[in-house]
Design a protein around this ligand. Structure first.
Ligand code: ADP
Length: 191
């Protein structure tokens, strides 16, 4: 199995680049944001609670997210590998993911970290909010709260994987194609 984490702040292009990568390498796309939005769309109890937190730019509790990820992985045991997008977001999620993969002798092979300046992130997210229907993308205060959550809690994910030398930093500004070419080069080194 080849398992990749696409890492970076909200608006760094994880979703866009994920589409390119999964198509090229035949990986399963696991976006916890998408899974949570599905729960919201189905108005499940989990979705209702998650929406309240997401609308404030806060993270959903680790247990909830880890449970969703476990179900997703266990339902796809024959996969060639996974691309994790928006997960893990805390150190506890990193530890849980490593344990989950290890149950079947697998591991994270590479963490690709997209680097984008804060002003560019806010610009992109407000732009996305005009058409995406995502309520967390329409308000600059919420966007800045998400970026703050990223700095407070999620940058620890890069620190966690850096101790295993798994993190590669890639510039996330430029054209979609040029950024994809850089990501592809790093994946091809590792695969
Ligand atoms: P973005 O990266 O643009 O913020 P996502 O779709 O990845 O968008 O996530 C949207 C929201 O869903 C986050 O702000 C957070 O509230 C919640 N969320 C997504 N993934 C996780 C996670 N792994 N842990 C906790 N909360 C999460």
């Amino acid at each position: 199995m080849f398992n990749l984490i696409l890492f970076g702040p909200p608006g760094s292009g994880k979703g866009t680049q994920s589409e390119n990568i999964i198509a090229a390498y035949g990986l399963q796309h696991l976006s916890t944001g998408n899974l949570l939005r599905e729960e919201i769309g189905n108005a499940t109890p989990l979705g209702l609670e998650a929406k309240r937190l997401m609308d404030q730019g806060q993270l959903v509790p680790d247990e909830v997210v880890i449970g969703m990820v476990r179900n997703f992985i266990e339902a796809r045991s024959a996969a060639k590998g996974f691309l994790f997008d928006g997960f893990p977001r805390t150190t506890a999620q990193c530890v849980a993911l490593d344990a989950l993969l290890k149950e079947n002798g697998n591991e994270i092979n590479i963490v690709l970290a997209l680097e984008v300046s804060e002003e560019e992130l806010v610009k992109r997210l407000l732009g996305r909010g005009l058409t995406s229907g995502r309520s967390d993308d329409t308000n600059e205060t919420i966007i800045r709260a998400r970026i703050k959550e990223y700095h407070d809690k999620t940058t620890a994910v890069a620190t966690y994987y850096a101790q295993f030398n798994k993190v590669v930093h890639v510039k996330g500004e430029g054209t979609v194609d040029s950024i994809y070419a850089d990501l592809k080069q790093e994946i091809d080194h590792k695969i």
